[in-house]
Ligand binder design. Structure first.
Ligand code: ADP
Ligand code: MG
Length: 333
């Protein structure tokens, strides 16, 4: 997809996520950052107090987690060793960088490597969101796979170490992390209610102004202007990963942006999209990517193992399924 198509797809996504409430109950601001559209809706009358602060949090997060900004912390990490044979480290790392790397490594370990921020060489190679993406030659994929593996990194205090060449891409978790920061900020400032939509992640703060619970529509991957159903929630976070937002097609095959760290190809899975519901925003984001890679059977076994506390809605090739703990909160269409 071209940039403008991605932009429109994201806007449509945001629309389908909006929790229907009269506009005059909210102050609203839209920000384009982290390669996506962020829509922040807060308690009427509080926008002037909080929107600048929200923009500051987003700018700061980009300065840390962007893979494309020249002086971001991720870029500094990625460019500070290009020699494959040397082990190295980046020290004096910021607290958010260290925290999110540690969390990412934990999710990798617990998901058996389905989620892996060392995926960067493959993301760069596939360049799905580039101007004219192509299917890479298998020899390039195999070469990139050599450098993928979360076991090749570890953290001590404010230093991030790596064995040989390791490059990271935090695109599957940084949006969720930033969303969590925004919601914490609004909560700390006593904003009574807010609803933030952040590139496939939604954060719900406080109680819905018009009463009742929040509703979050789950998009239909085959018709993104429509939904497969609605989640009704008290609050928390919903993160969605799917094959329909960022992809290109070649010879009838869809090559999307979620890569299987074991094969080096876009994950071949029976899941079209998965929405994770969780009280932890970055965990929700990371897990939605991991569950997508796992496929339905493995994802369900992972849920049943209770490694993390979350619920999920799966849109699969043969129907929509929810995990046990959320089945009464999902209304299929
Ligand atoms: P989105 O960014 O569209 O919300 P995700 O949260 O699922 O979707 O993140 C997908 C992004 O994460 C990709 O664009 C890529 O940058 C990176 N990524 C791709 N595959 C993986 C993976 N297996 N583990 C971690 N990150 C990944
Ligand atoms: Mg994710």
């Amino acid at each position: 997809m071209k940039k403008i198509e991605i932009f429109l797809a994201v806007v449509i996504c945001i629309l389908s996520f909006s929790s229907c409430a009269p506009k005059d109950e909210y102050d609203e601001k839209q920000i384009f950052a982290m390669d996506t559209v962020i829509t922040i809706k807060v308690e009427k009358g509080r926008g002037d107090d909080v929107f600048d602060g929200c923009a500051g949090i987003i700018t700061e997060a980009e300065r840390i987690f962007s893979r494309t900004l020249e002086d971001s912390e991720v870029t500094r990490f990625n460019t500070s060793n290009s020699e494959a044979e040397y082990d190295s480290a980046l020290d004096d790392c910021s607290a958010p960088f260290v925290e999110l790397i540690e969390k990412s490594l934990d999710i990798s370990e617990k998901t058996g490597g389905a989620f892996d921020i060392t995926i960067e060489p493959l993301v760069e190679l596939w360049n799905i969101t580039g101007e004219s993406p192509e299917v890479p030659d298998v020899s390039y994929i195999n070469n990139a796979l050599v450098y993928v593996g979360y076991e090749r990194m570890y953290v001590e205090d404010d230093t991030v170490y790596r064995y040989g060449m390791v490059k990271i891409d935090m695109g599957a978790i940084a949006k969720g992390y930033t969303l969590g920061m925004l919601c914490d900020y609004l909560g700390a400032l006593g904003v009574k209610y807010a609803n933030i939509s952040f590139g496939g992640n939604v954060g719900l703060v406080g109680s819905k102004p018009s009463g009742g619970k929040w509703s979050v529509g789950i998009k239909d991957p085959d018709d993104t202007s429509s939904t497969v159903g609605t989640l009704t929630l008290d609050g928390g976070y919903v993160a969605v990963s799917g094959d329909y937002e960022r992809y290109f097609e070649k010879d009838g095959t869809r090559y999307h942006h979620i890569i299987d760290p074991f094969t080096g190809y876009p994950a071949q899975t029976d899941i079209r999209s998965v929405a994770v519901v969780c009280d932890d925003a970055s965990l929700a984001d990371g897990l939605s990517t991991a569950l997508f890679v796992m496929g339905y059977d493995k994802a369900l076994a992972f849920y049943n193992a209770k490694t993390y506390d979350f619920e999920a809605v799966f849109v699969t090739d043969d129907g929509v399924y929810t995990t046990e703990g959320i089945k009464d909160s999902f209304q299929a269409k």
